[in-house]
Design a protein around this ligand. Structure first.
Ligand SMILES: [Zn+2]
Length: 58
């Protein structure tokens, strides 16, 4: 399973929690300013997309 970032970065692995953590780790380091500007609704959309990519939600 994998999650792709808009910038082209790809987090991959067999543990969905680790893949998600890697995605956030990347985003916090690389897209800090963007994350700070995001509202709750936007973050919820990101989480939903991530979870769909990982097959954690329908
Ligand atoms: Zn990125």
């Amino acid at each position: 399973m994998e999650i792709k970032c808009d910038c082209g970065y790809v987090a991959k692995g067999s543990d969905p929690h680790k893949v998600e953590a890697e995605t956030w780790h990347h985003a916090l380091k690389t897209h800090e300013d963007m994350l700070k500007k995001m509202g709750v609704e936007q973050l919820a959309r990101v989480l939903k997309n991530n979870h769909q990519s990982l097959g954690l939600t329908k």
